[in-house]
Design a protein around this ligand. Structure first.
Ligand code: SAH
Length: 461
């Protein structure tokens, strides 16, 4: 833990006054339903849902889904979610900037830059734990507005004396061209350009002011193989889930159909016979009556695990979720309120809690898994209290102080984001292995313990 403490004090010692007030233009809300998972901002400006583009998109998404159902029958919830969120033309993520004060919900990196800074320290500490490899790829899945990556890169430059020897590059996996433009602006200003061919797996490329190269991909498999630290914040909850229900006849899949009495509406139905998904995705010893399985998330975790096993590195996954106990968690979000999952598809975010026990199972035995631990515990272990004390000590402006305190409360309060969000990590197995006793040193009494992993182990200050 010494390493993490040293990194913290080095990274932040000379910039205690440079805290940028929260990126949100309004105060962070003090209330919100923890059940909802997503946190809305106080200002409910909903430029997204009222735009002309949005009004046009909603009926076309419903029309598209209805004609699909009419021709091939009810679709799985997973197919529905995938279409609604990531259809290349009318998908929610593809068309909108849903994040921040003006969007539909707000996330931790948007609430306070301290969040991203502490993740930056985690990454440097894991890179050091891996023996400071020459190459360091920061790979972020679903980077939103690019704020988290920007905060992490700032920590890298504060820790230039530590990370300086490594060749750092940033790789962003983003399905939304609109959000990729926003990320490019945040990270590179104007120093970026789109690929000339649509077939190019790197669809955008740029460079930060500090000359760190940034590349955008639609899929994780296109990111080059090398030592990487993967970060996924509120990414897995956006991936499509299959829904299954226990019936007298066995497990059946929940599907989306057209409401017979009103062809402009959709409804959930239960498949009369087993589907391929219900026969293959439900565990034989499953005890719940209703389960959600994110097959796409499982495949991505398998890819992460294989890459970490073969190339070294780690993955840090942060999201709201459960450890194999959640049941019916799929919900919609629009204009800072819960929204009917089946109403006006494409106009609202759809999200389901992440099942960390499933991710652990999918990761397999080739990597070590840590967590899930609560966001409160992770951030406290990473030294958020000390960081906040220093910031407050150096800040005399009452409104900035208020903002600092309220963002800290939002991130760590158990009744806000502190216990609803969890951190989970995949690590190369060597990271947790007890180092071998050096041969020939007879005086050594016991083998040294493996270096603790920051965030997951209590940090003493
Ligand atoms: N990590 C950010 C954004 C979370 S929103 C934050 O915490 O603020 C989810 C992000 O994942 C968006 O950037 C969205 O466009 C992206 N996304 C959703 N589904 C995706 C998919 N299948 N592949 C790649 N990116 C996806």
């Amino acid at each position: 833990m010494k390493v993490c403490q040293q990194l913290l004090s080095r990274a932040f010692s000379h910039r205690v006054n440079s805290y940028a007030v929260s990126r949100t233009t309004s105060d962070i809300p003090a209330t919100g339903s923890p059940k909802a998972g997503r946190w809305s901002s106080a200002q409910s400006a909903s430029f997204c849902s009222s735009s002309a583009e949005d009004r046009k998109a909603r009926p076309s998404m419903l029309k598209h889904l209805s004609s699909k159902i009419r021709s091939t029958g009810p679709v799985s919830v997973s197919e529905y979610m995938k279409e609604v969120l990531t259809n290349p033309v009318t998908g929610y993520y593809v068309r909108k900037n849903m994040l921040g004060a003006d969007g539909d919900f707000i996330t931790s990196p948007e609430i306070s830059q301290v969040f991203g800074e502490l993740l930056g320290v985690w990454i440097v500490s894991e890179w050091m734990g891996a023996g400071r490899p020459e190459q360091l790829q920061l790979v972020e899945l679903g980077p939103g507005r690019g704020s988290l990556a920007a905060d992490i890169l700032r920590v890298f430059s504060q820790l230039q004396s530590v990370v300086g020897g490594a060749s750092v590059s940033v790789h962003l996996v983003e399905v939304s061209p609109a959000l990729s433009r926003l990320q490019a602006e945040t990270l590179t200003g104007k120093r970026n350009m789109e690929a000339s061919s649509e077939d190019d797996p790197v669809y955008r490329q740029g460079e930060t002011a500090a000359r760190v190269s940034v590349s955008w991909y639609r899929r994780l498999e296109d990111v080059p193989a090398a030592f990487s630290i993967f970060v996924a914040h509120e990414f897995f909850d956006a991936l499509p889930v299959h829904k299954f229900q226990r019936t007298e006849k066995g497990w059946r899949e929940v599907l989306v159909d057209i409401e017979p009495a009103d062809p402009d509406r959709l409804r959930f139905v239960v498949a009369p016979t087993p589907t391929l998904a219900s026969s293959t995705l439900v565990q034989a010893d499953e005890r719940r009556d209703h389960v959600e399985v994110c097959a796409e998330g499982g495949v991505i975790v398998q890819q992460l695990a294989r890459r970490i096993e073969e190339e070294g590195g780690a993955a840090l996954i942060a999201d709201y979720g459960h450890d194999g106990t959640g049941t019916d968690t799929l919900r919609g979000f629009k204009g800072h309120q819960l929204h009917d999952v089946l109403s006006t598809p494409g106009s609202a975010d759809l999200t389901a809690d992440v099942d960390f026990s499933f991710l652990r199972r999918m990761a397999g035995g080739g990597v070590a898994c840590l967590g899930p631990v609560t966001q409160r515990m992770f951030l406290k272990n990473m030294g958020i209290d000390v960081r906040m004390q220093v910031l407050l000590r150096n800040c005399s402006d009452p409104s900035t102080r208020k903002q600092l305190i309220s963002s800290y409360d939002m991130l760590t309060n158990p009744s806000k984001m502190g216990e609803r969000f969890h951190f989970f990590s995949l690590l190369h197995p060597s990271r947790l292995a007890v180092p071998k006793k050096p041969q020939g040193l007879k005086l050594e009494k016991k083998s040294p313990a493996p270096l603790p992993v920051a965030g997951f182990t209590e940090l003493g200050f």
